[in-house]
Design a protein around this ligand. Structure first.
Ligand SMILES: [Zn+2]
Length: 353
């Protein structure tokens, strides 16, 4: 009997798969192959495989066994060994043969048995605010949380967690990134995740717009379609949301799936000229916003790319008025684009799933 088949009979693992499927099916928590969950059992941590979808957790073997204590020790030693999680995987007990998530380092950094990590849109809307530390102090009062300033996922993020999360922390708000909750049980970690998501969701959202016939007309004959999501369309019709969108990237998965920032059709530019070059050097983002008209994406967009195009609207409508945001720097954008681990995750995305 393999360790994986034993694990599949464990009630906590069954509970983890159910929560993973629920989170993965909720676009306000997880978009495409983003987000990951894990459970520790003796010396192994079972963590979601890179490039797989949490929404498949009830039907597919998603979890990869990693020697978490050895990985955690390597992260503390900070000597470069944890640059690649591959050597920490227990290959003999790895049914899928896939790589562990890029974010296995976050899971190994937290000693709790169960760790849930999502790209909760309400959390991202809070975590991009320049006043995030004071905003979170008011919203999350009484909870065992820590705010972790943005760091590249992987060893840099693990280092930032060591620096900013004291012992006993069960909730991490990852700056410009997302949410992590931990618990001794799946139910405990899930309860914290629901609580934080609810506390950070504003009472009113900035709105939603229909796809207009005029915009469809402008796109006809091109290889572009309107993003099928009201909050994302709203960006084109609300100057405040457009100003929030129009700049450097706000969080990593946007960049990884859609390119840096957004492409805005400027005064004097023709939509068809911009669409011809969008996604290439001059206009590197695959998300094109025509102010007053709508937001478009290539008709060849993968499900992951569409999920991230929807997420931008969901994040922006949750950012309150008068709030200023921090963005990834040019250097932070470049280090994500060149990253071998992301190139691998992207290759799985292009294969279709
Ligand atoms: Zn993440």
């Amino acid at each position: 009997m393999t360790l994986y088949s034993k694990l599949q009979a464990n009630p906590e693992f069954i509970a983890l798969c159910a929560v993973s499927e629920r989170l993965g099916s909720d676009p306000l928590q997880v978009q495409g192959p983003g987000g990951n969950t894990s459970i520790k059992s003796a010396d192994l941590m079972w963590v979601k495989a890179s490039g797989t979808w949490l929404s498949d957790a009830l039907t597919t073997d998603l979890f990869v066994p990693v020697y978490h204590e050895v990985l955690a020790a390597a992260l503390v030693a900070d000597d470069g060994r944890a640059n690649d999680v591959g050597p920490f995987t227990c290959a003999a007990e790895n049914p899928s043969g896939l790589r562990a998530s890029i974010e296995a380092t976050v899971h190994a950094s937290m000693p709790a048995k169960v760790v849930l990590h999502t790209h909760c849109v309400a959390t991202i809307a809070a975590a991009v605010r320049t006043d995030a530390p004071t905003f979170l102090a008011a919203k999350l009062a009484g909870l065992p949380y820590a705010f972790i300033p943005y760091a590249k996922p992987g060893i840099d993020l693990a280092r930032a967690i060591r620096q900013h999360a004291p012992a006993g922390t069960q909730i991490l708000i990852l700056g410009n990134h997302g949410l992590v909750t931990c618990g001794a049980t799946v139910a405990e970690a899930d309860s914290l995740l629901r609580d934080v998501s609810a506390r950070l969701t504003p009472s009113t959202l900035a709105g939603s717009a229909d796809i207009t016939a005029a915009f469809c007309e402008k796109l006809s004959g091109s290889e572009w379609i309107p993003v099928p999501h009201g909050p994302s369309q709203q960006i084109a019709h609300d100057a405040r949301l457009l100003a929030l969108a129009d700049g450097r990237t706000l969080y990593p998965d946007h960049l990884v799936f859609l390119g840096p920032g957004v492409t805005v059709v400027r005064e004097g530019e023709q939509l068809k000229d911009v669409l011809t070059c969008a996604g290439q050097q001059q206009f590197p983002s695959k998300l094109v916003i025509m102010p007053g008209q709508g937001v478009a994406i290539p008709d060849s967009a993968t499900p992951s790319e569409i999920a991230l195009a929807r997420a931008l609207g969901d994040v922006l409508v949750r950012i309150e008025p008068q709030v200023s945001v921090s963005r990834l720097s040019g250097a932070q954008e470049a280090e994500l684009l060149d990253w071998d681990a992301e190139v691998y995750r992207q290759s799985l995305n292009r294969e279709g799933r």
